[in-house]
Design a protein around this ligand. Structure first.
Ligand code: NAD
Ligand code: TYD
Length: 353
């Protein structure tokens, strides 16, 4: 066991997609930690994601909003946290185009609230660590060649990535100005169980099940680097425990797919799963109006985390997609629950259906 191992760990956004996998990993692996999951339960947060661990004695759920400074300060005053893993965010690019201020509020203002509260904790507990979870989208768009490294200049294009870039800068600035110990990691596109079906992979799985159109933006030649969510959670665990303070780590799958090719792969896998004749689901692919400011390509060079911390993805894309598809089939009730209400209105507006 390492020296100065934190005991009370605050995880924000733990009821969301990636956060729920991180919370589960920490609650089940580290019985010497008490994990506090701080989440506002927006449309993207769902306690059903954590049903299997909610009774654990080393787990506490705190419903609250990171934009509420009084609430945040009070929570930090009542608990002398040893570490914070910050995942709470508005996370969907299309929503950020419709309502940028919601992204400024949570991703920028909310992060600064957490930083301010952390300063007081750091005064009392020199071992405190602020670990900020971010995205490769802060680097902007790549052309056909090359990779994002930790040295790539920030060049965000969407309101979402601009808000995440801003929050990354605030974290660094608090490190420089107030010496707050921090680490930042920037990860590529995640997929896997519990992802809200507005992002590409779960949206298409859900639409194929329901025989609905698969809206491919523009010509579909946009490229993303996909990583299975549990491999991201594993990277977060390693970085939190072994990462160097004041450093950035890029996390990615070395797994680039053009959207249209990924859509076709999903269709083939789903035809098999649904016992449909080959080619049936592909007929659902529909090219729609492009996303404004659409980044052409993201691709992460993950050699630093690989060489320094020994991290590498544990599943291939094929294995990860099989696990993901199986999970959505086994959890139709979850899918029905999350796709009612606010989501439906949003979906109808987005695709004019
Ligand atoms: P998500 O949208 O699934 O979950 C976000 C969670 O944050 C939800 O549980 C929501 O209730 C909570 N939340 C939102 N606003 C809040 C507020 N004001 N106060 C408290 N809680 C609030 O997001 P995700 O996909 O799990 O992403 C988690 C983090 O990882 C984000 O910071 C995101 O930028 C980053 N990230 C995501 C990806 C990806 O592919 N999904 C890739 C790289 C980085
Ligand atoms: P998304 O899952 O929203 O992640 P991000 O925009 O953060 O990368 O989108 C992944 C890619 O898929 C992106 O190039 C936009 C595209 N896309 C579609 O073509 N159709 C869709 O319905 C969605 C949601 C995304």
């Amino acid at each position: 066991m390492k020296k100065n191992v934190p005991k009370k760990i605050l995880i924000t956004g733990g009821a969301g997609f990636i956060g729920s996998h991180v919370v589960r990993r920490f609650v089940t692996r580290y019985s010497n930690y008490h994990i506090f999951n701080f989440d506002a339960l927006t449309y993207a947060g769902n306690l059903e994601n954590l049903k299997d661990i909610e009774q654990s004695t080393n787990y506490t759920f705190v419903k609250g909003d990171i934009t509420d400074a009084d609430f945040v300060n009070d929570l930090f005053a009542r608990n002398r946290f040893d570490g914070l893993i910050h995942l709470a965010a508005e996370s969907h690019v299309d929503r950020s185009i419709v309502d940028p201020l919601a992204f400024v509020r949570t991703n920028v203002f909310g992060t600064v609230n957490l930083l301010n509260a952390s300063l007081q904790t750091f005064k009392e507990n020199a071992g405190f660590l602020f670990y900020h979870i971010s995205t490769d989208e802060v680097y902007g768009s790549l052309g056909k060649e090359g990779f994002f490294t930790e040295k790539t200049a920030y060049d965000p294009n969407s309101p979402y990535s601009a808000s995440k870039a801003s929050s990354d800068h605030f974290v660094r600035a608090y490190g420089e100005t107030y010496k707050l110990p921090y680490i930042i990691s920037n990860c590529s596109n995640n997929y896997g169980p519990n992802q809200f079906p507005e992002k590409l992979i779960p949206l298409f799985i859900n639409n194929i099940i329901q025989n609905k159109a698969l809206p491919v933006y523009g010509d579909g030649n946009y490229t993303r680097d996909w990583l299975f969510v549990k491999d991201h959670a594993k990277a977060i665990d390693l970085i939190f425990h072994q990462g160097k303070k004041g450093e950035t780590y890029n996390v990615g799958g070395f797994n680039e797919w053009k959207n249209i090719e990924l859509a076709r792969l999903l269709c083939r896998l789903m035809d098999k799963k649904l016992d449909r004749e080959a080619g049936t689901s592909e007929k659902l692919i529909t090219f729609v109006k492009d996303r404004p400011g659409h980044d052409l390509r993201y691709a992460i060079d993950a050699s630093k985390i690989n060489q320094e911390l020994g991290w590498e993805p544990s599943v291939t894309f094929e294995e990860g997609l099989e696990l993901t598809i199986d999970w959505y089939f086994d959890n139709k009730e979850w899918l029905n629950n999350v796709t009612s209400g606010d989501y439906l209105e949003y979906y109808k507006k987005q695709y004019q259906v």
